[in-house]
Design a protein. Structure first.
Length: 341
């Protein structure tokens, strides 16, 4: 395996946005040290951050890109070798390197469980908490709009039409309405028991995306009369659109504004040349007791393909210090989960 450190711009055309130069620039604004590499001719973005004075970690979201012909065993062997090859390029204070592999399995595929066993056998440790949700729904945008609608649950089609009938107006608002979006986001966070970033985090993301040629971050809002009821931010990049953030008001929830927003974004993504729409994160299965069970029902109702990635896996360079971090991370996750209930 050949590993070369290169400029961040090399990642501009990476397969997914979490491996792109834009994402690297974005994360540098919030305390991350970003490195870019070429791994056997493919770009790789590595994010590094301090854990505590004298200790840091490295993180690879949705990387590395590997040949589709690789077996699960080939993949784990490659990531193990990559962990060792990257160590000289990282700070001596690096406690571990976290991988979130990009490949995925269809719902019900037992190979996902087999891959977990291979990770453990290779010396990896499953992270106490994931960064990116490993489970999601892909909507195929290649069929006609009528066909896309037909694949949704009937109630979802009804809700889309209901929103239109009741006068919900959806528009591509742009960053000028970021304050409205953020107020809705805070309202959503309070209702659902989730954490959100400060407004400057979202402003910076829009600002950076405006400077890029190969992507566009769109902010959609849905309003009824004088009330803005919901908003979503969707990233259009190459052949894929990704629903990044969503927020809704407690007001007039019977008008089904979030359904209208998603449908408009899907239509615009299709028109822009995107072939798939990633709803970007669901619980791992349909568990009515899961704190985010409502999110699972909402996103899977649009039809599409449910997929699962293997999640976050850590290769430990300093096992004793890693144990301390892992314990603390598990406790933080437990506290966050309790807030959602």
């Amino acid at each position: 395996m050949n590993v070369y450190e290169v400029s961040l711009e090399t990642c501009e055309n990476a397969d997914n946005f979490l491996q792109s130069s834009m994402w690297g620039k974005f994360k540098t604004c919030f305390g991350w040290n970003v490195k870019a590499f070429i791994i056997n001719s493919s770009p790789l973005l590595v994010l590094c951050r301090k854990l505590a004075p004298g200790f840091s970690f490295a993180y690879i979201p949705w990387g590395p890109k590997l040949p589709e012909s690789f077996s699960a065993d080939d993949r784990i062997k490659t990531i193990t070798e990559l962990s060792k090859k990257l160590k000289p390029f990282l700070s001596r204070s690096t406690v571990f390197i976290r991988f979130e592999p990009p490949w995925f399995y269809n719902d019900g595929d037992t190979n996902l469980e087999n891959e977990s066993g291979l990770f453990l056998s290779a010396g990896f440790k499953r992270a106490a908490a994931t960064v990116q949700a490993p489970d999601t729904v892909f909507i195929d945008l290649k069929p006609s709009n009528e066909e896309i609608l037909s694949q949704m649950k009937s109630k979802w089609r009804y809700n889309i039409l209901l929103a239109e009938k009741k006068g919900v107006q959806v528009k591509n608002s742009g960053v000028e309405e970021i304050e409205i979006f953020y107020n809705l986001l805070k309202e959503t966070a309070q209702r659902d028991g989730i954490a959100v970033h400060g407004i400057n985090y979202y402003k910076k993301l829009f600002e950076l995306c405006e400077k890029e040629n190969n992507l566009k971050l769109r902010l959609y809002t849905a309003a009824h009369e004088l009330d803005t009821l919901a908003a979503i931010a969707v990233l259009f990049r190459g052949k894929e659109a990704t629903y990044l953030y969503g927020a809704s008001s407690n007001n007039k929830r019977n008008l089904m504004a979030p359904y209208a927003l998603q449908w408009q974004a899907m239509q615009d993504a299709k028109e822009a040349g995107c072939q798939s729409y990633d709803l970007f994160g669901i619980p791992p299965n349909e568990d009515p007791n899961h704190p985010m069970a409502g999110l699972y029902r909402f996103k899977t109702g649009f039809g599409g393909q449910i997929i699962h990635r293997s999640g976050s896996w850590d290769y430990r360079y300093k096992k004793v210090f890693y144990l301390l971090f892992n314990t603390a991370e598990a406790l933080r996750k437990k506290l966050r989960d309790l807030k959602k209930k």
